[in-house]
Design a protein around this ligand. Sequence first.
Ligand code: IMP
Ligand code: MG
Length: 182
Amino acid sequence: MHEDLERLLLSAEDIDAIVTRLARQIDADYAAADKRLVLVCILKGSLMLTSDLMKHLAVPAEVEFMQVSSYRDGTHTSGRVDLVLELDRADLAACDVVIVEDIIDSGRTLAYLIDYLRVRGAKSIKTCTLFDKPDRREVAVRADYVGRVISDDFIVGYGMDYDERYRSLPYVGVLKPSVYEK
Ligand code: IMP
Ligand code: MG
């Protein structure tokens, strides 16, 4: 385990079991012939989750990317969400979108994304997140597919960062507060 971590939250095996379960849930909901599943990977945090999810899905899945920035001051959001990378698909009218997020914290990012995709005309929109911190919610949003509900710890690894570090760890751990309280 990385020396900047206080404790391990999910091992690579734990993550695999969760992603397998999420994929089975999505499979069940998108098996119908009239569904056209498009995963929208929210960069950069959900790159590993999106790629693992795609591998575990039995239903055909297309993939698109978006990037938003929420201007965090240390580990807390400023409340402002800015679009960094637009969705590269003109017509969403036939698309059943599943937004793939790493973690829902205040909920502002997810609320922004749902709104954006609705305005862009997606046929349906659901949301999948690996982690959910419901105690920190500032706007009322909930994900349809949730990997693990956690308390108010700042976590890194498996795509998630602090100041762009730790994304490449294949597991998820709680960051030592001494790393960001400097
Ligand atoms: P929200 O808009 O406050 O819900 O924040 C969502 C985004 O903040 C996530 O997509 C993450 O990129 C980031 N974030 C929130 N909590 C954590 C955390 O514990 N570790 C790493 N990133 C986090
Ligand atoms: Mg992030």
